[in-house]
Write a protein that binds this ligand. Sequence first.
Ligand SMILES: Cc1ncc(COP(=O)(O)O)c(C=O)c1O
Length: 387
Amino acid sequence: MSVLGVYNPLNIDVDHGDGVYLYSKEGTRYLDFTSGIGVTSLGHSHPSLVSALKTQAEKIWHCSNLFKIESQQLVADRIVKNSFAHSVFFCNSGTEAIEAGIKVIRKFFNDKKIKKSKIICANNAFHGRTYAAISASGKSKLTEGFEPLLTGFKQVEFNKTSEILKNLDEHTAAIMIETVQGEGGITPAEKKYLRDVQKIASDNDILLFFDEVQCGVGRTGKFLATEWVKELQPNLVSIAKGIGGGFPLGALLLDKKTSKSMSLGSHGSTFGGNPLAMAVANEVLNFVLNEDFLDHVREVGYNLRKLLKSEIVKKFPKLVSGVRGIGLMIGLEALENNEILIKSLINQKLLTVKAGQNVIRMLPPLILEMKHVDEAISKIDKAFSNF
Ligand SMILES: Cc1ncc(COP(=O)(O)O)c(C=O)c1O
């Protein structure tokens, strides 16, 4: 009872992890399709990550940004070389990356003495738990009791261009959306919507901020999910979760013009970009920047979605109605209560996580192989056959 009661953990005493599997203290083996909510992108205890962390731990853990951290420069250089970004700010979590992005948006226009601070966001979004993040997500369970929120955010229906246009005015500074909504129910932004958003931004001098805390870093089969639409020119992208492979790390990626508005002392973090996090991130990049690895994510993800449709949705039409998602960010649309179905999967030793819109969320490690897909399908089949 000494841990603040804000969580409702499963009754599984975690002992250790190995690849796609998680083991309880009693020795039960679970196929882990949660990846710690999309974090352990290379699976549990990946030998390369363990080795990178151990080697770094023996050299130096922390020195702060008072000092030059060579590995921070290296990781930032690699991200810049492989994305739209011109610079990278490192922090420790997704919500901090969001916070940084919102500060950049405001600073960008304040510096130019342009009175624009309104940010158009999406209904059903999740951006984290800081004040800026919950204010951006809009009124919900997240905000209850925490008012007053930060002002300047307007939530509109996701994937509906006309709703953005209706709410656009001369004070609109940015559009901020998840490229694939995660907590909200695994809903990808439609390609046409993203092209429309780009046009609106270009025509109206509005910044584009994409939250890829959950969908970035290879999860959809591209390093960034925004890469699926080649016309898209993000100004800001937040990443976290997967980039640390389990080590707490977040980052804000900035394009050239927004980078310029952040000057010496305008933002910072004691732990952001520390040597331990950078050693692990550099190793994660060795995988997620590799086109063959991303190809693998796309292929296994496609096969998993295909088998979910042909073997599960078809066979259990009273329990599930469809499959959504992209790459290895997958949602099984439940008709029965998703929590009940998730419990039945746990009984078969398959771990998944709930999402909005009654979705069963699957975020397996990106190293997933076809034999694990077959194992998962067989577990789901057994679980659902018991209804
Ligand atoms: C899209 C998105 N943004 C932001 C966050 C917040 O990240 P963190 O929990 O690391 O602060 C999350 C967490 O689930 C997320 O899914």
